[in-house]
Design a protein around this ligand. Structure first.
Ligand code: GTP
Ligand code: MG
Length: 424
């Protein structure tokens, strides 16, 4: 058939014949530029799901001058052809890997371009202001002010607040995309790894009665009632001179700082006083305003009253409603439903339309933009020369533009698209 006669977006049925032999009945759909995903002419061949047929067809295509696509090449071409911006391209990768309803929703919102639009509006306003300031430089002899300083200050405050709100949404966005980080911490042998295994329903971490069994952190995600959690089993906390164990313990502390929820494991057989000391050691490192703290009195199967007395004592001693205390037997799977209930409170709450930053690259760019804008603000307050202020403005514009790909390098594009799978 002549190319000119092909109708775009129509599936053609036909026989796939290779070397005179019928290989399969197939459907071929043509997409004429610019009305295709990449914006270029393209064709899709649908064959039956046999690996043999696919391989055979690929061999013939390659023998006739085709080549395999590189990872993310389709999306990269679509970006280059301005089908969407970089943040939207990244949203496609997020959409493909979304593991929960919330993660899917955030990716869809980003794909629809809400985030890009917000950045665009900010950039346009800042750009206008920068151009006016730079115009002043051309007339520097005459001491004129095209850019109204009070208007600029107002615009700066607004933009800075907006950038910071986006930046701060990363904690939540990241939790939604990669799972709410839940660090399981506590002294050695309290049953942290046993709890991880109980939650996952498999023997993921090594459990033993030797103190210091877990050396490195172990992370696994789990979807509980539609919320994705990332449970992190950590090395037990204790004084040690052993180099590797020390590194592991440092990591445990880091995981506490990064977590949204911290599960403090306590060994019920240690007695209330020791448990309280251990609880305080963890408590000291937690910021209750941003992190949820759940204390688990573990191994209550070894107590006559299933830990009831200890529970009362600990709650009274802690005297803090923000810290949840529950009784648990990680080994016997007792009390897990109480833990699930406690975790429910950590459900990330975001209005469905809120723009959430889920991508580390975006977060870093926003952090840099925020710093640059702060410099501009300080500069204006201190009456620093216009050329220096406008330099900082340019820097903020650069970082905001790097998110949507207004400003990119081949290296950045390469690193983003290589993370896509082949054929995407
Ligand atoms: N009776 C009882 N034993 C438990 C319970 N949870 C854990 N254990 C036992 O306690 C010991 C230590 O368990 P782990 O899960 O390895 O403890 P951990 O906190 O990960 O220890 P480290 O990795 O060394 O920090 C093992 O012998 C477990 O079988 C429980 O709920 N009840
Ligand atoms: Mg362990």
């Amino acid at each position: 058939m002549e190319i000119g006669k092909i109708i775009s977006h129509k599936a053609y049925h036909g026989n796939l014949i290779i070397n005179g032999e019928l290989l399969d009945e197939v459907l071929v759909t043509f997409f004429k530029a610019p009305h295709s995903f990449t914006g270029e002419n393209s064709a899709e061949i649908s064959v039956h799901g046999s690996v043999y047929i696919q391989q055979k067809l690929l061999q013939v295509l390659i023998a006739n001058g085709c080549r395999m696509a590189e990872a993310g090449e389709f999306t990269r071409r679509a970006f280059v052809n301005r089908k969407f911006d970089l943040a939207q391209a990244e949203a496609i990768a997020d959409l493909i890997s979304s593991e929960s309803e919330a993660a899917h929703r955030v990716a869809i919102n980003q794909l629809k371009g809400g985030f890009s639009k917000e950045l665009q509006v900010m950039r346009t306003k800042l750009l206008e202001m920068t151009s006016l300031m730079e115009l002043e430089l051309d007339f520097s002899e005459e001491d004129v002010e095209f850019a109204d300083r009070s208007q600029l200050k107002r615009l700066l405050d607004e933009t800075l607040e907006h950038v910071n709100t986006l930046k701060d949404s990363f904690r939540l966005g990241n939790a939604i995309k990669n799972g709410v980080p839940v660090a399981i911490v506590g002294q050695t042998n309290t049953g942290k790894s046993t709890l991880l295994n109980a939650l996952l329903g498999e023997d993921r971490a090594i459990v033993s009665d030797i103190a210091g069994t877990t050396r490195d952190t172990i992370e696994e995600t789990l979807n509980i009632n539609g919320i994705l959690f990332r449970f992190i089993d950590t090395a037990g906390l204790r004084e040690t001179e052993e180099t590797i164990e020390k590194i592991g313990i440092e990591r445990s502390y880091r995981k506490i700082a990064e977590a949204s929820v911290v599960i403090g494991m306590l060994d019920a057989t240690e007695g209330a006083d020791n448990m309280l000391v251990a609880a305080h050691e963890i408590h000291e490192r937690i910021d209750l305003e941003h992190q949820q703290f759940i204390l688990c009195i573990n191994k209550v199967d070894l107590l006559e009253d299933q830990g009831e007395a200890l529970l009362g004592q600990l709650r009274a001693d802690l005297d803090n409603d923000e810290i949840m205390v529950i009784c648990l037997s990680a080994k016997q799977h007792f009390g897990l439903s109480d833990l699930y209930n406690a975790l429910k409170h950590s459900q990330p709450l975001a209005s469905p339309d809120a723009t959430l930053v889920t991508n580390v690259r975006h977060y870093e760019a926003l952090t840099h933009a925020s710093e640059a804008l702060l410099h501009v603000k300080e500069g204006l307050q201190m009456n620093i020369p216009t050329d220096l202020v406008s330099q900082d403005l340019r820097e903020a514009l650069y970082y905001l533009g790097s998110i949507t790909g207004e400003i990119t390098t081949d290296e950045i594009l390469g690193s983003i698209f290589s993370r896509f799978c082949i054929g995407k």
